[in-house]
Write a protein that binds this ligand. Structure first.
Ligand code: ATP
Length: 311
């Protein structure tokens, strides 16, 4: 465990907006990130995730609003901020002419905290041939190489933009999860963006859900889960049950499938008051919450994780 001031703010974004032509890529985003947690940044394609990450890195300057990383403006203090960040870009822009071992040596030279044992361990875990040139790597191997370069200097803040792209399901679920979890267990912070809701549900402590540049929902994963129910209820009415908190409702015969915002107990009580029979009830998956809140599932993938039935 790294000894740091727990009151230190890792990231503080205040009312950040960014427009590209007529596109509002970010629209009044405010958020805070604490030490020792894994943050999942969720959104469909074009939601603004990469634009937000680029502001944290200082590769985009905040034109409206402010960005602080470790209390500093990343544009004004690039050296101090970037030496504490490990970053995997969405397009894995690695030096094509280098071999993997050369890239590792270069990255180690730039980061005094480079942990050679950890780097070697990860190379072995992925089974990467370090003599291979980056231009000859497969998509998955590039993601693995970029990931090692981002994490092996044990950064205070690990920023991963769509880390799963190109990785197979087992690597995603087991190795990626373990790498990200180790960062938080060590008292450091990880932020990763993803449109794979099942993965975010598996790996995150805290979730930021974005859509079209806006923050549509944020909270600890436990709180978000506890506040969203998926229910099947019996009702032959043409209209959804008249209770508060319904985010989405779909009818099949005399059964309505609902995603509701609210505590399980109060939703059950409201349905009982209306004399509506509950057939099944469980916490909604993040995928179901996302579709219900954003109103579509444009490019979000289907959840592969079965959600346990609520007792
Ligand atoms: P994805 O999951 O597809 O990577 P994202 O959530 O990361 O999407 P961004 O890449 O941040 O989304 O893009 C948000 C919006 O801003 C999109 O409509 C995108 O087309 C637009 N955008 C981003 N960068 C630029 C740019 N440099 N010039 C013009 N438009 C841009």
């Amino acid at each position: 465990m790294v000894n740091r001031d727990p009151s230190e703010s890792v990231v503080e974004v205040t009312d950040l907006s960014r427009q590209f032509g007529s596109t509002m890529a970010l629209d009044g985003i405010s958020l805070r990130v604490q030490l020792g947690l894994v943050y999942g940044l969720v959104g469909a394609n074009g939601a603004g995730k990469t634009t937000l990450i680029k502001h944290l890195l200082g590769s985009l300057r905040a034109k409206q609003g402010s960005v602080r990383v470790f209390g500093m403006d990343p544009v004004r203090n690039p050296v101090e901020v970037l030496r504490r960040i490990g970053y995997l870009s969405e397009d894995r822009d690695l030096p094509e002419w280098m071999r993997i071992d050369e890239l590792m040596r270069l990255t180690a030279a730039c980061h005094p905290n480079w942990d050679s044992d950890y780097g070697r361990e990860l190379l072995a875990t992925f089974g990467l041939d370090v003599s291979k040139q980056i231009q000859h790597l497969s998509k998955g191997m590039r993601a693995q190489t970029g990931l090692i370069a981002a994490v092996a200097h044990r950064p205070d803040l690990l920023l991963l933009d769509e880390p799963s792209t190109g990785l197979d399901a087992v690597v995603r679920r087991d190795i990626l999860n373990e790498i990200i979890r180790a960062v938080a267990d060590d008292g450091r912070t990880a932020i990763f963006s993803s449109h794979l809701l099942d993965e975010v549900e598996l790996m995150s402590d805290y979730v930021f859900m974005m859509d079209e540049g806006k923050m549509v929902l944020e909270g600890s994963l436990d709180d978000i889960k506890a506040q969203h129910q998926q229910l099947s209820v019996r009702s032959s009415s043409d209209a959804p049950p008249p209770i508060e908190g319904i985010l989405s409702a779909q009818r099949q015969g005399d059964t309505w499938s609902l995603v509701c915002n609210g505590a399980s107990q109060s939703i059950h009580a409201a349905l009982q008051e209306q004399g509506i029979e509950v057939i099944k009830s469980r916490y909604a998956s993040l995928q179901e919450i996302f579709v219900a809140r954003v109103g579509h599932d444009r490019h979000a993938s289907r959840s592969e994780t079965p959600v346990a039935e609520e007792a």
